[in-house]
Design a binder for this molecule. Sequence first.
Ligand code: AMP
Length: 177
Amino acid sequence: MKQETIDKLKATVRDIPDFPIKGIQFKDLTTTLKDGEALAIIADELEALYADKGVTKVVGIESRGFIGGAILAARLGAGFVPVRKPGKLPAITLKKSYSKEYGVDVIEVHKDAIVPDDVVVLHDDLLATGGTMKAALDLINEMHPKKVYVNFICELSYLHGRDVFPKDVEVTSLFDF
Ligand code: AMP
């Protein structure tokens, strides 16, 4: 992506100090999503990253990962799989607990969501500590897909979240702070 485009996207992000708890600098991407031009760039750039990788499923992390994840899946002609908070999914699930930048949580995915032939992109809006996505990666790997990629729209590099992923997992983000 051109630096000018990256700068344009970054300028749409709104900083909210002390949300949801004191000490957290929240990067609000709703101001990015409501900007039609920014949203179109994000859709194009996500598609370009994975267009030739044979992706069959995009997994979106509840809830902000559903937006970019569903856009990417549709662009690639891949299926969309939700990873959700506990008690939301109706069929048999796999579960994983994890800690994030603020608090501890559990995520679930349908046990039959991924098959061994799948090439998967895991997507969330933002990489902070990486706890959420690492838990999702562990969950998805329990279903033994052929290949897994990890993707974010935005990465908070100063939190070094990408260090939690195994070296053989390709982690991408469209822009970082
Ligand atoms: P983490 O597990 O720490 O990487 O947290 C990632 C999840 O929490 C993502 O779904 C983000 O939407 C959200 N999140 C965590 N920290 C922030 C932050 N500083 N600004 C915006 N979103 C955040």
